[in-house]
Design a binder for this molecule. Structure first.
Ligand SMILES: Cc1cc2nc3c(=O)[nH]c(=O)nc-3n(C[C@H](O)[C@H](O)[C@H](O)COP(=O)(O)O)c2cc1C
Length: 183
């Protein structure tokens, strides 16, 4: 039996317990240049229109590229890309071409100018709906989704802070416990 005895915990570190993941790669194109950044802080906000909220710090080069172009692509990498994901999140597109530096393949999107990353199993083309400057919060509408047919649940990485990641694991089918309209 796990113990239920608890201790005080620093509130600034609670992301370890709430981090939703998966960590994604956000691509952008602005004024003829492309870029990639790593992002863990995002959440789904609505089914239809399909809305996603993203925290993109104003200290990142991507922030101005995305605010300027009002578009991006959210790419979901599997665990085999984990080291590149960390590398991309520890350098700036202001200094280097990250597609070249990390040997990733840009692919033309259908609805936005930002490129898809070929090596990622999901690519979500997004248009900016709203920007809340007080929190560097961007709300995007996903206007087109590209998803590989197999595997259905690739192993994704979820950031716990302090350089530690969780890798998605086994699936649990509890469909029978759901009201049909909640599925
Ligand atoms: C695992 C991980 C998760 C990150 N999550 C975010 C995030 O949610 N929001 C953010 O603004 N930066 C996040 N970062 C930091 C950016 O990816 C990093 O500052 C990057 O260098 C920005 O690149 P750019 O300057 O080319 O845009 C994360 C970095 C890592 C390694």
């Amino acid at each position: 039996m796990p113990s239920h005895e608890k201790q005080d915990f620093p509130v600034g570190d609670i992301r370890r317990f709430l981090e939703p993941g998966p960590v994604v790669l956000v691509t952008s194109r602005h004024r003829g240049r492309t870029n990639i950044m790593t992002m863990g802080w995002h959440m789904v906000l609505e089914f239809s229109p399909s809305l996603v909220g993203c925290l993109i710090s104003s200290s990142n080069h991507s922030h101005d590229m995305i605010a300027g172009s009002r578009e991006c692509v959210i790419n979901v990498p599997a665990v085999r890309l984990a080291e590149k994901v960390v590398g991309i999140g520890n350098c700036s597109g202001a200094d280097i071409d990250k597609f070249e530096a990390f040997d990733l393949t840009p692919v033309e999107a259908d609805e936005v100018a930002a490129p898809l990353i070929e090596e990622c199993h999901v690519n979500l083309e997004c248009k900016l709906v709203e920007q809340r400057r007080s929190y560097d919060l961007f709300i995007f509408e996903v206007v087109k989704a590209h998803v590989v047919a197999r595997p259905k649940y690739p192993k994704t990485i979820h950031y716990r802070g302090d350089g530690m990641f969780m890798v998605s694991g086994r699936s649990l089918n509890l469909r029978r416990k759901f009201r049909p309209d909640m599925l």
